[in-house]
Ligand binder design. Structure first.
Ligand code: 2HA
Ligand code: ZN
Length: 274
């Protein structure tokens, strides 16, 4: 099958385009990766043409031999649907999880996203934590979430609680909470380690003054998670722009009632008295 006719590739392109349309991907901002199912790899096998092995920049032994769809470094999310073979690639990892090789795409040269170490380390952590269910890691630059990293304390507790309060669906959509990474140099192993540590506990990690990472089972759920967090951040920005206090809000006991009725567990560390 032609790579661009495969359903998993179409889903990847639609998600990239949806993010572009939300305004989350200025210039080459943001990146997307998907861990491809073995049967999906087989469906496009005849189109794959492996290049030379290159170092990942970190080690992901649990993902040895896996294939990924990944956007390209310096490529624009806007162009994923416009010139797909130029904008993203399929990579294969070696058995040790130290090196990758490009098997399809990036036809005009280039390499996978500069955030490849963070993507792959997040995939590895989620592979273990979800028994292989999570397949999508998504990074974007949504403005309201970034704006909040200038005014809220950079703690998991502050971000989780404030964003839960902004929409009743939030604690149901991300009941485990949100992690926050302080400002760090992007693109390397250190920020990858810090982010993947948080991904052991959460499906969302916010990078201060930069953006957000989300993990999920499929394209819809992962995009929907990013969308829900950013919508909630937008409401908080609007509330704070109107006045510097909330006249009323959802209380810790309200959250406990919600958790009971919706069958979710909300960690008590986020239900502190203010
Ligand atoms: O691809 O978003 O974090 C550009 C970035 C790096
Ligand atoms: Zn970024």
């Amino acid at each position: 099958m032609n790579v661009l006719d495969a359903e998993f590739v179409k889903g990847f392109m639609r998600m990239a385009d949806d993010g572009w349309k939300q305004g989350w991907h200025e210039r080459n901002g943001g990146n997307l990766s998907y861990r491809i199912r073995p049967e999906e790899v087989e469906s496009v096998r005849e189109e794959l043409c492996p290049g030379a092995w290159k170092p990942i920049g970190t080690s992901v032994p649990k993902l040895g031999g896996e294939y990924f769809l990944v956007t390209g470094s310096g490529k624009f999310m806007r162009n994923v649907t416009v010139k797909p073979a130029d904008s993203f690639c399929i990579i294969e990892l070696d058995q040790a999880g130290d090196n990758y090789r490009i098997c399809w795409g990036l036809v005009n040269g280039g390499r996978p996203t500069s955030e490849l170490p963070t993507h792959l380390m997040n995939h590895e952590v989620k592979f273990t934590a979800t028994g292989g269910k999570h397949r999508v890691i998504y990074h974007a630059h949504p403005a309201n979430t970034i704006a909040l990293t200038f005014v809220l304390p950079l703690t998991d507790e502050a971000f989780t609680r404030e964003l839960w309060e902004m929409a009743t669906e939030c604690p149901v959509v991300f009941p485990d909470g949100i992690g926050v990474v302080p400002w760090m140099v992007p693109g390397g192993r250190d920020i990858a380690v810090a982010t993947s540590e948080l991904m052991k506990k959460y499906d969302v990690a916010i990078w201060a003054h930069h953006g957000m990472f989300c993990s999920g089972e499929d394209f819809d759920l992962t995009f929907g998670l990013m969308h829900t967090v950013e919508k909630s951040a937008e409401i908080l920005v609007k509330v704070r722009s109107m006045q510097d206090y909330k006249r009323q809000t959802i209380t810790p006991d309200d959250f406990r009632h919600l958790a009971k009725d919706f069958g979710v567990k909300l960690p008590e560390k986020f239900l502190f008295e203010k």
